[in-house]
Design a protein around this ligand. Structure first.
Ligand code: G6P
Length: 367
């Protein structure tokens, strides 16, 4: 009913708007004196983390995209070797599990059949298991040695939104506590914890772009294909943006790491194929700008989400949507929000069943 939706037209929109509070709930209890309290992972946490040599992340769907971002953090911030794979591949191939492997499953529901099977298959070969999960008492929580709840609250819309951004918060906290045993300094940890305090308000500011994004969605409603580009941690964000558009608007959307554009997808770009890019604020920006010029030279219409210091201006065929200034570590979390809103508004324009897209289920508990 409308009451359950808190006055919103769809659960998905309500859940997008809940993200400032949901992400806050994912970190605020877990911080003590400016550092992450590792006891929140479980009684055995310190003992287990002391022995971790590398990490294997397993997940499906949107949760897999969270895992891909975590890999950039684990290796890039803290020097922790980290692999990520979708559960349905990992469980059906012979795998080599190195000594000292912490197996991290990521799941909104805690009941996804492939993710659960992957954990069960490796139980006796791993150091320990940790699940990042949104449903207390779910199978993954019960069967893992450690767990960190995402605290997003019930997610009803089939297309995952607040579960994803809270998974990212939980994975960042996980990177910090394990990273202490690797190359992450306490000073850096304090800096990141400090940045996290700004997250709810930065998400709020992205949600404030809603009307502008609604207008932008008109350029997509009649299209059959679209391309999403990103680099670094924003590459998985592009993947998640493309997945959202596919799931609820039924428009074919493909994500590419921006640097791969010239190795194939550039051949597809023309006026009928809009390109969305989430712009990083680091040294890769110049390369990304060069890639973007190649696309507009071929008549492609570009939609660029970028911070205002990024020196990108709207021009013929190039629409720049100004994002707030975001600390680099929070970019993948905050940049996800406008892409959720974009897919939502395109789906509404197309008149699809936003909360219950055809052929899809909230939780895939049987293969
Ligand atoms: C289904 C849902 C997705 C979700 C995926 C993994 O495909 O429609 O939204 O990301 O399952 O689910 P999990 O509960 O394991 O995160």
């Amino acid at each position: 009913s409308a009451a359950d939706k808190g006055g919103f037209k769809h659960y998905m929109l309500k859940e997008i708007y809940e993200q400032p509070a949901a992400t806050q709930a994912a970190f605020h209890d877990r911080i003590q004196d400016g550092l992450v309290n590792e006891n929140v992972f479980g009684e055995q946490a310190a003992k287990i983390f002391d022995q971790v040599k590398q990490i294997q992340i397993i997940a499906c769907g949107t949760s897999y995209h969270a895992g891909m971002i975590a890999k950039y953090w684990m290796e890039g911030l803290a020097g922790i070797p980290c692999h990520v794979e979708v559960a349905s591949e990992y469980r059906y191939r012979p795998v080599v599990i190195q000594q000292g492997t912490l197996f991290i499953s990521i799941s909104q529901s805690g009941e996804t059949a492939d993710t659960l099977a992957a954990l069960r298959d490796v139980q006796d070969q791993i150091l320990a298991s940790l699940t990042i999960c949104n449903v207390p008492g779910s199978s993954l929580v019960r069967e893992s040695d450690l767990h960190l709840m995402t605290n997003a609250g019930p997610e009803i819309g089939v297309a995952s939104t607040k579960a994803f951004t809270t998974q990212l918060v939980a994975l960042l906290l996980t990177t910090l506590v394990i990273g202490r045993r690797f190359s992450l300094t306490q000073e850096k940890e304090r800096e990141i914890v400090n940045a996290l305090q700004q997250l709810p308000s930065l998400i709020e500011q992205s949600i404030a772009m809603d009307a502008e994004i609604e207008e932008m969605s008109q350029a997509f409603a009649e299209k059959h294909h679209s391309l999403f580009l990103g680099r670094g941690t924003l590459y998985p964000v592009a993947m998640e943006g493309a997945l959202k558009l596919k799931e609820i608007s039924y428009i074919h959307a493909e994500a590419y790491p921006a640097g791969e554009l010239k190795h194939g997808p550039l051949a597809l770009v023309d006026k009928d194929m809009p390109v969305v890019t989430v712009a990083p604020r680091n040294d890769m920006l110049d390369k990304l700008k060069a890639n973007l010029q190649e696309v507009s030279a071929r008549g492609g219409e570009l939609f660029v989400f970028a911070g205002c210091t990024q020196n990108l201006q709207s021009a013929e065929g190039v629409h720049v949507l100004g994002m707030p200034e975001i600390p680099e570590i929070l970019e993948p979390i905050v940049y996800t929000v406008p892409l959720q809103l974009l897919s939502y508004h395109v789906a509404v324009l197309k008149g699809t069943d936003v909360d219950q897209p055809r052929n899809l289920a909230k939780s895939v508990t049987v293969e």
